[in-house]
Design a protein around this ligand. Structure first.
Ligand SMILES: CC(C)(COP(=O)(O)OP(=O)(O)OC[C@H]1O[C@@H](n2cnc3c(N)ncnc32)[C@H](O)[C@@H]1OP(=O)(O)O)[C@@H](O)C(=O)NCCC(=O)NCCS
Length: 135
């Protein structure tokens, strides 16, 4: 998978139970997916149509670094389905622990907000990142 972003859990990101607020994690996943979809499709006009189930299995605490990785699951006519994985980075052991995984479907749109076909040139770029996603 490709590293897209690294995010620091700040005090302002903490919810009422002293863990990272889930909505912040969803934002990081959505933004990172949007960045990767745009790079691959060669267009800033990628819009989120669907996000799969997200299970928050491990808490994230303040000061922890969360790395978001992405890969391509499938490319349609106007859409691209990405697999996104958030991993907590441990500075002491220099290891990463998966925190949550999901799939997000992005659609390429035109200036009127209508879906447009992903170009053939982009499809070649996308093939290299295609992978299995078990979410
Ligand atoms: C994204 C949007 C432009 C798509 O328009 P649409 O008329 O629904 O598009 P279509 O029915 O032609 O589908 C477009 C693509 O999405 C896929 N799609 C549509 N609904 C889907 C669903 N429920 N599940 C999976 N894929 C879906 C279609 O299969 C198609 O993919 P393909 O071209 O690769 O085969 C429109 O739904 C929209 O503007 N949604 C709001 C997006 C938004 O604001 N997101 C921000 C978060 S609020």
């Amino acid at each position: 998978m490709k590293l897209i972003s690294t995010n620091i859990c700040k005090t302002s990101d903490i919810g009422v139970n002293n863990n990272l607020f889930g909505g912040i994690m969803l934002q990081w996943l959505d933004e990172s997916g949007g960045v990767l979809a745009s790079e691959l499709c060669g267009s800033p006009n990628m819009i989120t149509l669907k996000m799969n189930e997200v299970v928050f299995k491990h808490p994230v605490k303040v000061k922890e670094h969360i790395r978001i990785y992405g890969a391509v699951v499938n490319v349609g006519n106007t859409s691209i389905l990405l697999c996104l994985e958030a991993r907590r980075f441990d500075f002491v052991s220099n290891t990463e622990t998966p925190v949550c995984t999901t799939k997000i479907l992005f659609v390429q749109i035109d200036e009127n907000g209508k879906p447009v076909r992903i170009s053939e040139e982009s499809r070649k770029r996308i093939k290299a990142l295609q992978t299995e996603c078990n979410n």
